[in-house]
Ligand binder design. Structure first.
Ligand code: 6R9
Length: 645
């Protein structure tokens, strides 16, 4: 810890920052001493309401009952578009940069509004009503944002499924939330390669008989199969649609969207966010964390299939009338200088990405960065996983020329927006630490008994009281919401992460303490990968753990026990990798498969993952106590097999 360098806010940045250290302290204090007063003021300042709310906050963490601004009426799409038309109708809302560096496009607020109204009418004409769930399975094209906003406009609940997920994963998500309409594209394009979205959707829909309409955006013109009873072209449907579509009046607590995320057990759960609190939290965090000034060009490289895309490409920036860049491509195509070329091309001021991307680019050296000016950049951000100080320093020095503060933002699908992050003009930076809580956020660190600890300490990270962006339930399964987040430490929201608080009061996220993997910033449950592996008839049992990986942060290490009389082979290994890819998607492919004659289990039959993690990390000297194992000999076999896996 002592060799961590503290970086003060760069002078040039501080001069223009929205919030300085004293303002942060005062606002934070007010936000926790009078949360209802603070959040009411922010809700009035950041959002436009059709009518005011009855009660600012109602909560009971034992029942997982959380309500903000109930009775208040508003519409998220109206807040992102309509109310900006008068003041900034001709200002750019979205800059779209295609996978191909020669293709881009911009949409002004007026153009985006018209496109959204058209598509909202098209949805209505196909029977979509307030409260209906609509699935979006799209590449990173403006229509993905248009589809989300069109749903919000008519009060339909969108469920965006990342375009990299398999037909099987798409099917599960469609069925779980009973979506009847799907929006997709013929193909996506990433890194010069086609992604067969419509074909994947067709496969998924074989098991989804209730889906009556599929809107398909023509992105590449590639050949697709067509079911005339179900499939319609997006461009044909919007061509005739009117641009007049009044925004539905929603209650603050009406659902805005569902987004599936992985947990430690079972299938991914549908995280449900509602309208008022979520939108307020996305907007206020976007403004203060990114120190957003009117006219700034802001770029978040996430995919809209993740919460980061929801809150920081679409809802937060557009609610603030920002210019948001939507990128279809990947960091390394056509070459490793792409990000910085896009920064120069569109004069990007704020750049927000994941540590895994930084580490991948760091490997390519400084030249691809230094061939660009990046002179427009003012601020850098990271999200998705802990950033190692080496990558942080590289980002700061090479990309930001020691001129741009870095905000390391800790948050989750469940939290809706930033929870712990430095505010760039207020809080000195410590590489690897997310530093301080955002306004209204009260973090705590608890010991194994659930007791809050004071001062310098390390333990499980909880949040002790609600904030507006908090998820409200697991779609269709409120009990699972209670069990997952409010059971371990009664009275608190449990994040699933471990954390340390240092002597200055700054927070350091140490990673998941449950069975959730974080691979290149993507969340995956070990149980999901295991379920996919055991589908293979040769597999008797499988246990999956994460291990340290230079670029991905965590890699996937699978121990596989084969059924009797089946011999391991490279072909079988490949079949298993392919199976996981088919079942979940390419991001879930195991990096290592080790054949395991048996798995280390306690006498009660529980797999001891602690030992599997140590073996995977090649920390064979610190396996710990193995005496409680039913058969301690198993460990010797596994450590020997590790060498020749
Ligand atoms: C926004 C997002 C959430 C999990 C979270 C934690 C990890 C995210 C982090 C971070 C350390 C950061 N995480 N940001 N860990 N520092 N700045 O990523 O949501 O996909 O739900 O993942 O990601 O482990 O619990 P989500």
């Amino acid at each position: 810890m002592s060799d961590i360098r503290i970086h003060p806010v760069p002078d040039g940045f501080a001069a223009n920052a929205l919030i300085d250290a004293d303002q942060y302290k005062a606002m934070y204090q007010r936000s926790v001493e009078d949360p209802e007063g603070f959040w009411s003021e922010q809700a009035e300042q950041f959002l436009t309401w059709f009518s005011p709310w009855d009660k600012t906050l109602e909560w009971d963490y034992h029942k997982a009952h959380i309500r903000w601004f109930e009775g208040g009426r508003l519409n998220a799409c109206y807040n992102c578009l309509d109310r900006h038309l008068e003041s900034r109708g001709e200002q750019t809302a979205l800059i779209w940069e295609g996978d191909d560096p020669n293709i881009d496009k911009t949409l002004t607020y007026r153009e985006l509004h018209a496109a959204v109204c058209r598509f909202a009418n098209a949805l209505k004409s196909r029977g979509v009503k307030k409260g209906d769930r609509v699935c979006i399975y799209m590449p990173m094209i403006p229509e993905a944002c248009i589809a989300m906003l069109a749903c919000a406009r008519i009060g339909a609940v969108h469920s965006v499924v990342f375009g990299g997920f398999s037909p099987e994963s798409l099917k599960d998500r469609i069925l779980d939330s009973d979506c009847r309409v799907l929006i997709t594209a013929d193909e996506g394009v990433r890194g010069g390669r086609q992604v067969p979205l419509k074909a994947n959707a067709d496969k998924a829909l074989q098991s989804c008989p209730d889906v009556h309409t599929v809107f398909t955006v023509k992105r590449t013109g590639g050949e697709v199969e067509w079911n005339p009873n179900r499939d319609v072209w997006y461009h044909e449907e919007v061509a005739e649609a009117s641009t007049d579509c009044p925004a539905e009046e929603m209650d603050a607590e009406d659902p805005l969207f569902i987004l599936y995320t992985s947990g430690s057990t079972g299938k991914p759960k549908g995280v449900l966010h509602t309208t008022g609190g979520y939108l307020l939290f996305a907007a206020i965090t976007h403004k203060y964390t990114f120190d957003y000034h009117d006219g700034d060009v802001y770029w978040c490289t996430a995919d809209v299939g993740w919460i980061t895309g929801h809150s920081y490409i679409v809802y937060g920036p557009l609610a603030n009338g920002a210019i948001s860049l939507v990128f279809e491509g990947v960091p390394t195509w056509p070459d490793a200088s792409r990000f910085w070329q896009v920064v120069d091309k569109h004069q990007v001021n704020t750049f927000y990405t994941a540590p895994t991307a930084i580490r991948a680019l760091m490997r390519e050296g400084e030249a691809p960065v230094k061939q660009t000016t990046r002179s427009s950049l003012k601020l850098l951000g990271t999200v998705g996983e802990p950033i190692n100080p080496e990558a942080w320093e590289w980002y700061y020095r090479v990309v930001g020329d020691e001129r741009c503060p870095i905000v390391d933002t800790w948050w989750q699908t469940e939290t809706g927006g930033h929870m712990i992050t430095s505010l760039p003009g207020a809080i000195p930076m410590k590489p690897g630490s997310a530093t301080r809580p955002f306004f209204g956020v009260v973090p705590g660190i608890v010991d194994n008994e659930g007791k809050l600890m004071e001062g310098e300490c390390e333990g499980s990270l909880v949040i002790t009281r609600p904030w507006p962006g908090q998820m409200r339930t697991v779609y269709g399964d409120h009990q699972r919401f209670i069990d997952t987040y409010f059971k371990a430490f009664p009275g608190y929201y449990f994040s699933g992460d471990g954390a340390r608080r240092d002597a200055d009061g700054d927070y350091w996220i140490t990673g998941r303490v449950d069975d959730v993997l974080n691979v290149s910033g993507h969340r995956l449950g070990t149980a999901e990968v295991e379920s996919a592996l055991v589908l293979h008839k040769a597999v008797a049992e499988a246990a999956v753990v994460g291990y340290p990986h230079d670029v991905k942060g965590q890699g996937i290490y699978a121990y596989v026990t084969l059924v009797k009389d089946i011999d391991p082979s490279d072909e079988l290994r490949q079949e298993l990798v392919d199976l996981v890819r088919e079942e979940i998607g390419p991001i879930a492919k195991p990096d290592v498969i080790q054949w395991a004659p048996a798995l280390p289990k306690t006498r009660s039959g529980k797999i001891m993952r602690r030992i599997l993690r140590k073996i995977a990390a090649n920390e064979l000297d610190s396996l710990g106590d193995t005496s409680t194992l039913a058969d301690p000999g198993v460990v010797g076999e596994l450590t020997e097999n590790r060498a020749n896996r």
